[in-house]
Design a protein around this ligand. Structure first.
Ligand code: SF4
Length: 1024
């Protein structure tokens, strides 16, 4: 055995030396077997790429330790199946569940079903196995230390027992077995002429044992290490530990080779490598090789960094694979990097994988699959009908149907449950059109015509029948059901789990995902990863044994596996974006290091959740090779990060945190600054103008040159009109350009209700949105009745009570009748008015009767000498309309008058019931906000000819009091109220015809039912 150790600082050409050594050997002995072991697949790919660039070699094989283990076992005829991630998670969940059922798991009982718990248990077992700690050793070391550790030992033993019993292995177990196979087969590896081990900064005991055996058999072995001869410095600490472990494993002290290396690094970067964290008074010249950017936010930081990257590619001609963007944790930057790279047109290769559960296509599938378990909730169900990932054409569900279903759900007050959906469709078919009762109250919600509802019901029932899973089944059966729903992947071969004999019509999910080119690659990769998860579940079942389970249990397993799974879109090339730890051993011509602010890098080292530092000390005292988690490796990681750059390095950091507070720089940022003589720090703020030559996208160029297109100019005009104190212009309700159309639409033939005219008086834009554009507010159905329904019920009960009384002026008789009348109305109110009663409905009925009793009594007290005579009198709509002769020509009005009382002098008093509690004063009439009362008085007198009017008021039912506004007490008298109302009506109509719909929020705040309240720039909340 000959083991050569090449010890040299980072980036000094160790890999180049290894490549040259391989080439020299092959020149002398063509086809000599060479094995190169590298830390991960990314480095395998990069090593191959560099070798190809250097001319390539035949006969060299590149592996990670895991691939090597599998190869050794295959050669020893022990090709044990290896647990995939989903199978391992499922196995551990099963083992933990069984131990809990047997009463062996008490300390972790509450955590046992959490997917996060299974993942940390799996990570612990991986660490124990990497340290070659056998279950019996772990059990004996923790015996007597309490259930926290003893229960972990129980799970570990059960897990390992299962693997041995069933002849399966996990990744680390394959390493154990590969080491045994190597020992039992002394010929394995003897053919190797050269073994190269490159790019490692740590070895676990299994790797050391395998390495020891192979190094002993290979003719030559070359191990490269970062470091220096002599006293190790802080940044080499981690490499030094790995080197000592290797020496101990080989049983000898390896002396470093003395070979000349030729580093290809700029002077400034070489200076950083040599002086980082050293106390020397260095004063380097950055010479354009090291740059610093401080940006206001992470988003601005990424934008500046990617602008720099684009300049390297476009101006300096740097090849894309020679550039990398690193961060200690790239996930915090991921959305910004993806978005900005897409804008700048920079191809990207992000390492680390995306969370499968967060992919929109997978999310849509999960939502759909959950519907039967969550009892068909209306919002998620309608979302599924609308989802672009599902093709519902085979049951003829369209986007239009989703809108209709939403209306049906709102009308039927569907929250969830097939019974509620059924009731909603029943209601649609027979709903009493109560528009008459509430026409004058407020804006009406959209309704669905009964004959259209039959078709919708059929589609809904088809959907439920299609989606309904079997109540119980095996995992294989449930996976077949899910695979049938998803359908074929047009770009892949047949499925793993064959569909049922009579396959369902599929939703063609993959094909739908391909309809959007911008997201196809991402979504197809995620859907394939989702199918892998399904296959993992089938495999787990095949391995763990067939068990019947409920659909809910299957779905819980599926969700757990999806949450634990990652996926990567298959980008072959692009600028690499990765965590610092992923790229150890690689180098790049140009490098960006993001996030050098306090707390980001260095990261605070933390204890392991399950195996604390004190537990580790106990295990070490028992001679077990477990390491501390607090090794102070952050300086070494930083050294590895900055030494990845060969020619240019950009360091960046945000200077404001997400809450807008100043964010201090990281000590590592300060350390690099310290090494340079007057480093220039570029500060990037969003308000600073960007020179046109620096623009990295069309959007940036337009912004810097102010060459806005018509859309941008329109956007700017819109914003400026919204910021204006006084609303004006086309974007703020001025539709005077449409005056001709509006005048034709609202011509002399147009009938008006008081509520429409009041809507204009409340806020012109409210009228425009509600009545001119006929937009509807879409509020999700909730349990219980709303103010509109309450108003209708109260109106109905009062009307029926007074009508049924022999003497409606006798309060005692009315109060006697009232409970029975109310009960009659309440009995059918949910279906009549379309609401879903809450559990409080019975109590609410009693309370409403109390309110009505109070109101009847109070109304009688202010009605001495008056006799209620007319109820719900209709004008217009078949009866004579009220026709006003105004400056705008004749205006025809229609509506219902709640009540007319005859006074002692034979004249009539108008009473208009209000369910809401807002105060109504004379000013409301003077300002044109409240016009109903004088209109009704005029209608009773002039249109219906019922008699002269003496006065009138609004009656607040719930407060049991009259409004402050009383027609007879209005300044100028009754006739003045008529003139005021007619004056306002004429003005409102003139403005409507002229297209004046500027938003003016009412002084008391905007009505909750204004359909514009969710987007109106001038919305003002109600003040109480
Ligand atoms: S939200 Fe207020 S200001 Fe806007 S349209 Fe509605 S009522 Fe008018």
């Amino acid at each position: 055995m000959s083991v050569d150790l090449l010890l040299a600082p980072a980036g000094s050409g160790k890999t180049e030396y290894a490549v040259e050594r391989m080439r020299a050997l092959l020149a002398a002995e063509p086809f000599a077997p060479i094995l190169v072991i590298l830390p991960n697949q990314l480095q395998v790919n990069e090593f191959r790429r560099r070798l190809a660039k250097a001319g390539g070699v035949l006969g060299a094989e590149f592996v990670t330790f895991y691939t090597l283990y599998a190869q050794v076992l295959a050669r020893a005829n022990q090709p044990l199946p290896r647990l995939s991630d989903p199978v391992q998670i499922r196995l551990l969940a099963d083992i933990i569940g069984e131990l809990w059922e047997e009463g062996q798991l008490i300390h972790y009982a509450n955590l046992r079903t959490r997917p996060g718990f299974i993942t940390v248990v799996r990570n612990l077992f991986q660490e124990l196995k990497q340290a070659r700690i056998f279950p019996e050793d772990f059990s004996s070391a923790v015996k007597g230390l309490g259930p926290r550790l003893e229960e972990l030992a129980t799970v570990y033993s059960a897990y390992q027992d299962w693997l041995q019993r069933e002849n399966w292995a996990d990744a680390e177990g394959q390493g154990w077995l590969a080491a045994i196979a190597l020992e039992e087969n002394p010929d394995f590896g003897r053919e190797l002429r050269l073994l190269v081990v490159d790019g490692f900064d740590e070895f676990n005991p299994t790797q050391l044992e395998v390495l020891n055996l192979l190094a002993d058999r290979a003719r030559q072995c070359l191990v490269t290490f970062t470091g220096q001869v002599g006293q190790p410095c802080l940044v080499h600490q981690r490499f030094q530990r790995a080197r000592e472990a290797l020496n101990a494993s080989l049983g000898k002290h390896l002396e470093p080779l003395a070979v000349p290396l030729s580093p290809k690094r700029s002077m400034a970067l070489a200076g950083i490598e040599a002086n980082l964290f050293e106390s020397s008074n260095t004063s380097l010249d950055p010479l354009n090789a090291v740059e610093f950017i401080e940006a206001q936010t992470r988003a601005e930081e990424v934008r500046a960094a990617l602008r720099w990257v684009k300049a390297r590619i476009v101006r300096d001609g740097v090849e894309i694979p020679e550039i990398a963007i690193l961060a200690r944790d790239i996930s915090a930057y991921r959305p910004f990097v993806e978005e900005t790279a897409a804008e700048f047109g920079i191809p990207l290769r992000i390492l680390g994988g995306l969370s499968l559960g967060e992919n929109p296509a997978v999310n849509a599938l999960i939502t759909l699959l959950e519907l039967p378990i969550s009892d068909w909730p209306q919002r998620k169900l309608i979302e599924s009908w609308r989802s672009p990932y599902f093709d519902w054409s085979f049951i003829k569900i369209s986007a239009d149907d989703a809108a209709k279903l939403e209306i049906a759900a709102r009308q039927g007050r569907v929250i969830s449950g097939l019974r509620q959906w059924d009731e909603a469709f029943d209601l649609l078919a027979r709903q009493k059109n109560d528009a008459e009762v509430i026409a004058d109250e407020e804006v009406q919600p959209p309704t669905l015509e009964p004959d259209r509802s039959y078709e919708l019901r059929r589609k809904f029932e088809g959907f439920v029948e299609y989606l309904m899973p079997p109540a119980r089944g095996t995992v294989h059966e449930f996976v077949s059901y899910v695979e049938d729903l998803i359908g074929e992947d047009p770009m892949l071969a047949s499925r793993f789990a064959p569909g049922s004999q009579e396959s369902l019509q599929s939703l063609n999910v993959v094909e739908c995902a391909c309809q959007n080119p911008a997201t196809t690659e991402r979504d197809v990769a995620a859907l394939r990863a989702f199918k892998d998860v399904l296959r993992g579940l089938v495999l787990a079942e095949a391995t763990l044994g067939n068990k019947e389970l409920s659909y809910a249990d299957f779905f819980a397993d599926l969700i757990g596996a999806v949450r634990a799974a990652k996926y990567s879109a298959a980008f072959d090339s692009g600028v690499l974006a990765a965590d610092v730890l992923e790229v150890r051993g690689l180098s790049f011509e140009s490098l960006v290091l993001l996030g050098l602010s306090e707390g980001e890098f260095p990261r605070v080292e933390r204890e392991d959740m399950l195996l604390w530092e004190s537990d580790r000390a106990v295990l070490q005292a028992h001679g077990l090779a477990i390491e501390s988690k607090l090794l102070n490796d952050e300086p070494s990681f930083f050294y590895q990060a900055v030494t990845r750059a060969r020619q240019r390095l950009l360091l960046t950091r945000p200077y404001l945190a997400e809450d807008g507070q100043p964010w201090e720089p990281s000590p590592y940022w300060q350390e690099i600054k310290r090494l340079f003589d007057h480093p220039t720090i570029r500060i990037v703020r969003p308000e600073d103008p960007l020179p046109a030559e620096e623009a990295a996208s069309l959007a940036e160029y337009i912004l810097s040159t102010q060459q806005f297109d018509e859309h941008s100019i329109r956007g700017a005009a819109l914003l400026s009109s919204r910021l204006d104190r006084e609303p004006r212009g086309a974007y703020e309700g001025d539709t005077s350009e449409l005056a001709r159309v509006l005048a034709a639409r609202y011509n002399q033939d147009q009938g008006w209700s008081a509520s429409r005219l009041e809507a204009y008086g409340t806020c012109p834009f409210f009228f425009y949105i509600s009545y001119a554009l006929e937009l509807e507010p879409t509020t999700p159905p909730e349990e219980g009745f709303d103010i509109r329904m309450l108003g209708s019920m109260l109106h109905q009960i009062l009307e029926n009570t007074y009508r049924q009384a022999d003497d409606p002026g006798n309060p005692e008789e009315c109060l006697k009748l009232l409970p029975g009348v109310a009960d009659h109305v309440f009995a059918t109110a949910p279906s009549d008015y379309g609401f879903r009663p809450t559990p409080l409905w019975t109590l609410q009925q009693q309370e409403l009767i109390r309110i009505l009793e109070r109101t009847v009594t109070a109304l009688a007290q202010v009605s001495v000498g008056y006799l209620p005579r007319y109820f719900e009198e209709r004008f217009g709509m078949g009866n004579p309309s009220l026709v006003l002769h105004t400056s705008q020509g004749d205006i025809r009005l229609h509506g219902y008058i709640d009540r007319l009382d005859v006074g002692p002098d034979g004249r009539l008093r108008v009473v208009d019931y209000k369910a809401g509690g807002s105060a109504i004063t004379s000013k409301d009439l003077a300002d044109g906000h409240r016009l109903q009362l004088p209109i009704y008085a005029l209608a009773a007198r002039d249109a219906l000819g019922l008699g002269e009017i003496s006065g009138g008021f609004y009656w607040h039912i719930q407060k049991a009091e009259a409004s402050q506004l009383k027609l007879e007490r209005y300044e100028g008298g009754l006739e003045r109220t008529f003139e005021t109302a007619i004056d306002h009506i004429a003005k409102h109509i003139a403005h409507i015809r002229a297209g004046e719909f500027q938003p003016y929020p009412p002084s008391g705040g905007c009505p909750s039912y204004c359909p514009a309240s969710s987007f109106c720039w001038r919305y003002r909340p109600k003040s109480y």
